[in-house]
Design a binder for this molecule. Structure first.
Ligand SMILES: CC(C)(COP(=O)(O)OP(=O)(O)OC[C@H]1O[C@@H](n2cnc3c(N)ncnc32)[C@H](O)[C@@H]1OP(=O)(O)O)[C@@H](O)C(=O)NCCC(=O)NCCS
Length: 179
């Protein structure tokens, strides 16, 4: 997928962490009343911002012509997140650092939806993970988040399991894509 001509892909380092957090909060406020299960962030604000300077993480954004972010996403190798996928990956692969990559989150700003930005961010994050040796791409999604789930399927992810999110009781699908 390609970006509209006037948007560009950018690396989101710690300087853009607050902008991504602000976008996240606007999204959470927007779905709070009707669809609170669709998107969950377990990190505190400090932990969320810290992801952008964590050496095990990297983040990309789509910058609109006015310089603001239309969307952003992050991927990582955080062991506490990867652990959830251990049962679904052969042990010999799971043991190799970098062989399993995790898409932490992808979010598209309110008002910037419908341009396929989630899929662009998926593809760009995945390229980096694959270049670094990933053979398994992993993430989780709400079964109710029809827009996101449709994009997971279009990108070739399959549901391998599900669990209940401890804090909220909301269901989550465990998604994997073999490269
Ligand atoms: C899921 C998400 C990233 C998809 O954004 P996107 O890349 O713009 O979605 P698409 O381009 O595939 O949109 C396809 C259609 O769904 C609509 N759509 C997408 N997300 C929507 C939402 N949350 N609410 C209502 N409609 C939405 C788009 O407007 C578009 O409609 P159209 O075809 O009539 O123009 C975005 O909704 C979002 O940021 N949600 C909150 C965070 C989230 O759920 N992230 C995924 C967690 S795993």
């Amino acid at each position: 997928m390609t970006l509209p001509n006037d948007c560009r892909l950018v690396v989101c380092d710690s300087k853009r962490a607050q902008e991504c957090l602000d976008m996240c909060k606007a999204i959470l406020a927007d779905i709070a009343a009707k669809n609170p299960s669709w998107y969950l962030i377990d990190e505190t604000d400090d932990e969320y911002r810290a992801l952008f300077s964590n050496p095990e993480c990297f983040a990309l954004g789509i910058e609109a012509p006015d310089g603001t972010l239309a969307g952003c996403g992050a991927a990582s190798y955080r062991a506490e997140e990867l652990e959830r996928f251990r049962p679904y990956v052969p042990a010999e692969d799971f043991a190799v650092p970098g062989r399993v990559g995790y898409v932490e989150f992808i979010q598209v700003a309110l008002g910037c939806r419908g341009c396929g930005f989630q899929r662009v961010l998926f593809q760009e994050l995945e390229k980096i993970l694959v270049d670094r040796g990933a053979k398994y791409l992993t993430s989780v999604v709400s079964p109710d988040n029809k827009y996101s789930l449709a994009n997971f399927h279009k990108e070739g992810y399959r549901e391998v399991g599900r669990y209940v999110h401890q804090r909220t009781g909301y269901p989550r699908l465990i998604m994997i894509k073999n490269v």
